[in-house]
Design a binder for this molecule. Structure first.
Ligand code: FES
Length: 238
C-alpha cells in the first residue's frame, strides 16, 4: 500500500512538473512576442536579440489556442503516464513480490484460506502441481514450492471471484460459477477453471508472481485435488 501511494505521488509530481514546464515555455514565448508587438506599435526599436514579428490579433488567438492544446496534451500525457505507471514499476501487469514463500505457506495453514494479493489481483493457494488433464502447470512455471497463483478474474465474464470461507471454494457472485481450492471448474457457466500466473521463488526466498504471463485454466472435468465443499456455499447455486 505504501509503495502504491508513493508511486502515485511520484507520478503526480512528474505530471505537474511537465505541465509547469510547458506553461512556462509557452508563456515566455508569448510574452516576448507581445513585447515586440508593443515596441513596434510605439515606434521604439525592438529588443536587439528579438526577431519576432508583430503579432496580429488573429495570431494571438491562434497562439492561445495552441497553448491550450499544449496544456491539454501535457495533462493527458501525465494522466496516461499515471495510468500506465503501475504496470511499469510493480503493479498489475508486472512481476510482483508476494512475500516470503515460507510466510505465505504459514499464513495459508493458519487461516485455512488463500493469501490474497490485491496489487496483483491474485490468490496464492496451496497446490502440489499435478498435471491437469495433460497440462503440466509445474512444467509451465505456474506452480512451485507447493503453491500456485490464481488470477481473481472469473473466466465467464470477468467478475472478481471471492474465496468462500465455509465451502473453501471460489464462488463467483455474478452468475454462480464455482471453482475448487485449486481453481478447477466445478459448477456454473464458466468455460474452464481459473487462470494461473507464472511464478518462481527468487534467491531470497520470495515468491515472485509474473502477472504479465498467465496460463489458461484447466478444462472442465479436471479435478486434481478431490476436495468437495467443506461447508455451505456463499453463493446460492444458479
Ligand atoms: S462472471 Fe463469474 S459466473 Fe459469470
Amino acid at each position: 500500500m505504501i509503495a502504491t501511494i508513493s508511486t502515485g505521488l511520484i507520478v503526480a509530481i512528474i505530471a505537474f512538473v511537465v505541465l509547469d514546464v510547458f506553461a512556462v515555455v509557452f508563456g515566455l514565448s508569448f510574452a516576448r512576442a507581445h513585447k515586440a508587438q508593443r515596441a513596434a506599435a510605439s515606434g521604439l526599436p525592438a529588443a536587439p536579440r528579438s526577431t519576432a514579428k508583430p503579432t496580429s490579433r488573429r495570431d494571438f488567438f491562434r497562439g492561445s489556442l495552441l497553448i491550450s492544446m499544449g496544456v491539454f496534451l501535457a495533462e493527458f500525457g501525465g494522466a496516461s503516464l499515471a495510468f500506465l505507471w503501475p504496470s511499469l514499476i510493480g503493479g498489475f501487469g508486472s512481476k510482483i513480490n508476494a512475500g516470503a514463500v515460507g510466510d505465505i505457506k504459514n499464513q495459508i495453514q493458519n487461516t485455512g484460506g488463500p493469501v490474497y494479493v490485491g496489487a496483483g489481483r491474485f490468490y496464492v493457494v496451496p497446490y502440489l502441481g499435478k498435471p491437469n488433464n495433460g497440462v503440466d502447470y509445474a512444467a509451465l512455471g505456474a506452480t512451485t514450492e507447493g503453491v500456485m497463483a490464481l488470477y481473481q478474474r472469473c473466466v465467464h465474464l470477468g467478475c472478481r471471484v471471492p474465496f468462500c470461507a465455509t465451502s473453501k471454494w471460489f464462488e463467483c457472485p455474478c452468475h454462480g460459477s464455482k471453482y475448487n481450492y485449486a481453481g478447477e471448474y466445478k459448477f456454473g457457466p464458466a468455460p474452464t477453471g481459473m487462470e494461473r500466473f507464472a511464478i518462481k521463488v527468487d534467491s531470497s526466498g520470495n515468491l515472485i508472481v509474473d502477472t504479465s504471463t498467465k496460463f489458461g485454466g484447466p478444462p472442465r472435468g479436471t479435478d486434481t485435488i478431490n476436495e468437495p465443499p467443506q461447508g455451505p456455499f456463499c453463493v446460492a447455486p444458479g
